[in-house]
Design a protein around this ligand. Structure first.
Ligand code: ASP
Ligand code: MG
Length: 413
């Protein structure tokens, strides 16, 4: 008898028909005698709708209250999923994150899981139930409800798979697996049979909206092998696992475009030791995650200054701006310039470690499409550029064609 964790995303539980469909799939696995823990997201659009409601009342609502509000999305789905299983004659019990024993720290809206005590899950499973756990939420030791950051149901699933020592972890979504690029933007994109944690991590954090990146980090750390697959058909998905030798022969695994970033430029920042540290300490203390950072060479006669640009989630832009305005006079930069209309385009592949000429090919593809590069950053297995949002999709198509177009499988000839 195997223990299987199945996670269903928002689209997979987007309406009563889809929820019944999930129940039928669960029933099929259950009929084979396996124990099933189901993790569900809020029905598609619900979380966004709740955020919108709150923002209509006030632009920067209390984060504790946002957690109270957002946790209701998943609570609706767990109950409906349990009801759908009952309708098929199966024993099923829904649990909130707190009831499932998911304990987090107290950082509201982006809490981290500290530990999981799945006592209740085990006893419900042993009684023959399917257990349905609300994704994306937990509880602090003091009993406060928390959420795990957007897309956090993935994290719930992976963490539960680790805690329960599940033999299989399946992440069901509305696409057949991980593609070389978002097939809605790049029609020639192909599904990958397998991908390494590191590549998946880069793709996830770069905005290939397949999975929340923190959950992939967690899977890597605890060695949770998982499959990303569709809840709408029976096709096999993409297996995500530790890197193997033959993965290196593929230079570029995928191309991604993140449209959810914003850029801030601090103009004329005093060029002295300790200034950058003070700025980013303040941002860190406000729990604002910074992604790319670029500082220009010192300019200006007399008191030398530099410009510092960095990117963050669009959702954090307002908060970041406010904070930077408030410390402007004490740090002494001249101006805070915010830009929401950016896209971050990236190419990812573990094979980049052992091949050269990759950046040149990417930049050439961008040049041929008339795309200007605003910022560049690289890691061992990734090259990212910030470009104009309006040109994001055409740039993505061009770069995908350059590496992964027809007859090209990500290898450099
Ligand atoms: N409902 C949450 C969100 O939309 C969590 C999730 O879907 O994983 O971000
Ligand atoms: Mg989701």
């Amino acid at each position: 008898m195997a223990l299987i964790v199945q996670k269903y995303g928002g689209t997979s539980v987007g309406n009563p028909e889809r929820i019944k469909n999930v129940a039928r799939r669960v029933a099929k696995y259950r009929a084979q005698g396996d124990q099933i823990v189901v993790v569900v997201s809020a029905m598609s659009g619900v979380t966004d709708g709740l955020i919108k409601l709150a923002k209509e009342i006030m632009p920067l609502p209390s984060e504790r209250e946002m957690d109270m509000l957002l946790a209701t999305g998943e609570q609706t789905t767990i109950a409906l999923t349990a009801i759908a299983l009952h309708a098929l004659g199966l024993g099923a019990v829904s649990l909130t994150g707190a009831q499932a024993g998911i304990r987090t720290d107290g950082v509201h809206t982006k809490a981290k899981i500290q530990d999981i005590t799945p006592k209740q899950i085990h006893s419900l499973l042993d009684e023959g139930n399917v257990v349905i756990v609300a994704g994306f939420q937990g509880q602090t030791p003091e009993g406060q409800i928390t959420t795990l950051g957007r897309g956090g149901s993935d994290l719930t699933a992976i963490a539960l798979a680790a805690a329960l020592k599940a033999s299989l972890c399946q992440i069901y979504t509305d696409v057949d697996g991980v593609y070389t690029a978002d097939p809605r933007i790049v029609p020639s994109a192909r599904k990958l049979e397998e991908i390494s944690y590191d590549e998946m991590l880069e793709l996830a954090s770069l905005g290939a909206k397949v999975m929340q990146s923190r959950s992939v980090e967690f899977a890597k750390k605890f060695g949770v092998v998982f499959e990303v697959r569709s809840s709408l058909n029976e096709n096999p998905g993409t297996i995500v696992k530790e890197e193997t030798q033959n993965m290196e022969s593929v230079v570029i695994r995928g191309v991604s475009l993140d449209k959810n970033q914003a850029k801030i430029t601090l103009a004329a920042v005093p060029d002295q030791p300790g200034v950058a540290a003070r700025i980013f300490k303040a941002l860190g203390e406000a729990a604002i995650n910074i992604d790319m950072i670029v500082q220009t060479a010192s300019h200006g006669a007399g008191a030398p200054a530099t410009d510092i640009s960095f990117t963050m989630d669009k959702a954090d832009l307002l908060k970041t701006r406010k904070l930077l305005d408030s410390i402007q006079s004490s740090i002494g930069y001249r101006e805070v310039i915010a830009d929401e209309n950016i896209g971050k385009l990236s190419i990812v592949g573990v094979g980049m470690r052992s091949h050269s000429g990759v950046a040149a090919r990417m930049f050439e593809a961008l040049a041929n499409t008339g795309v200007n590069i605003d910022m560049i950053s690289t890691s061992e297995i990734k090259i990212s550029v910030v470009i104009d949002l309006a040109k994001g999709e055409s740039a993505m198509k061009a770069v995908h064609a350059a590496f992964l177009g027809r007859g090209n499988d990500g290898k450099l000839e």
